[in-house]
Design a protein around this ligand. Structure first.
Ligand SMILES: [Zn+2]
Length: 445
């Protein structure tokens, strides 16, 4: 970040200057900038038509709806203006409220508050907050700590008032069907649905169908799924209750069912589990030295960077096993990862194994490996402080905590639940076959 950018911070063009900028200044520099900005704002006379709060928060916020951000001339009476921002790493509750013109004492009092177990000062990067302003003055700050609750801080009294409320959602059950032309994503978007449905559907059948390679033109699907709305607007999909996928003439079915003493899971028409299980770890004997974390100080560089995997410490030469059946999609050596192998297990999951001392014989791109097969030996190749295995898992090409993937072993529907399960199948099969739901439920087809 250069001097030019620093100069721009105090002008209203900052938002455009920051949009599209790929990087982000280092945290310490950002604090320095914040300090400069606050000092600057303190001494500078604000141009008459600039809203104090909104302008001030621009240096730390991404604008989601730029149209709402434009500076409007001061009318005598104005409608509330809602501005949405995204929390960035380094943003603080203090900084945001300070930028809205709230005094230190009030901010401190608010920051120490906990509502329903939620601390007001705890912000999560990536989440949205909203500022409602009237006559260029912030009258309300809203933050949603999770998908179910909203925190409101209102500023129209002498001191801020704060509350936490449930976000009202409505759920509709719909059946959706489609036919594959070339991809599941396109089939889903052709019928006016969101890509997320394709993701969800491909996860249900992750072990049965490779959605990137096995699909044929004319394959088809039917899904009974919850759609969740907020204020009449679609927000996201809920659970897929049942689904049928016809792939190259083979019919696959999945029913979501919760056995009496078990967890909710997908089962086939016979009550068998659709989910196969990965090995819990790629090493038989090991110690975890560093877990999955989105924020960790790197032992070599000292920088705080996410650690998107799990480090297992074990002696050099300890065998490393593939956690599941799959195909080797990468085998290479580089200065960071050392000797690394990446295995694609299905269209949803992949895993990678870094810093190996040596590869097992026969390992090569395109080779198929079995669950438990030795693919290499633990080592200290690449950028490391000592011998360890850096193990990574990916779900839909994104890092995922391996421990979050390895849910308890999948089993069939227990005998005592079979009657209930078969009844559920009958009902849902009828719904899927007809594309019609019981009275009272809305359909879409
Ligand atoms: Zn690591």
């Amino acid at each position: 970040m250069g001097i030019m950018d620093r100069g721009r911070i105090r002008t209203s063009t900052i938002r455009n200057a920051q949009q599209g900028r790929p990087g982000r200044p280092p945290v310490r520099l950002r604090y320095l900038l914040l300090l400069l900005i606050s000092v600057g704002l303190f001494y500078a006379t604000r141009p008459p038509d600039e809203p104090p709060g909104i302008q001030g928060s621009s240096q730390s916020s991404t604008v989601i709806q730029p149209g709402l951000q434009t500076v409007v001339p001061k009318p005598m009476v104005s409608d509330p203006v809602v501005s949405e921002f995204r929390i960035k790493r380094g943003d603080t509750f203090y900084g945001i409220l300070k930028d809205l013109g709230i005094d230190d004492d009030s901010i401190m009092a608010l920051a120490s508050k906990r509502l329903d177990g939620v601390s007001l000062s705890r912000l999560v990067a990536g989440k949205t907050y909203r500022v409602i302003s009237r006559n260029d003055e912030a009258v309300e700050y809203q933050y949603e700590p999770d998908e179910t609750r909203i925190i409101r801080v209102t500023f129209d009294e002498d001191y801020p008032a704060v509350s936490i409320e449930a976000i009202p959602y409505t759920t509709k059950l719909v059946t959706i069907s489609g036919t594959i032309e070339d991809s599941l994503f396109r089939a889903v978007s052709d019928i006016g649905e969101e890509p997320m449905l394709a993701m969800d559907l491909s996860e249900v059948f992750a072990w049965q169908i490779d959605f990137f390679r096995d699909l044929r033109k004319g394959d088809s699907f039917r899904v009974l799924v919850e759609k969740i709305y907020r204020d009449g607007e679609f927000v996201r999909y809920g659970r897929i209750l049942s689904t049928q996928f016809i792939n190259s003439g083979n019919r696959y079915m999945a029913f979501l069912f919760q056995p009496k003493n078990g967890r909710s899971d997908y089962f086939d028409e016979e009550g068998g589990s659709l989910r196969k299980q990965f090995l819990k770890t790629p090493l038989k004997f090991r110690r975890i030295s560093s877990g999955f974390s989105r924020r960790r100080r790197h032992p070599v560089t000292g920088k705080v960077v996410p650690h998107m995997g799990v480090d297992y410490v074990a002696p050099i030469g300890t065998p490393i096993r593939a956690i599941g059946d799959g195909k080797i999609v990468m085998k290479k050596k580089d200065s960071v990862n050392g000797r690394i192998i990446k295995i694609r297990h299905n269209s949803t999951y992949s895993s990678a194994y870094a810093h190996m001392n040596s590869f097992a014989s026969g390992m090569a791109n395109g080779v198929r490996v079995k669950q438990g097969q030795i693919i290499g030996y633990l080592g200290r190749s690449g950028r490391v402080t000592g011998p360890h295995l850096h193990f990574t898992m990916y779900r839909n090409n994104r890092y995922v905590d391996p421990r979050a993937v390895n849910v308890p072993r999948a089993s069939s529907v227990p005998k005592r639940d079979m009657e209930a399960y078969l009844k559920l199948i009958d009902d849902r099969m009828a719904v899927l076959a007809n594309g019609e739901l019981e009275a009272g439920l809305r359909t879409k087809d």
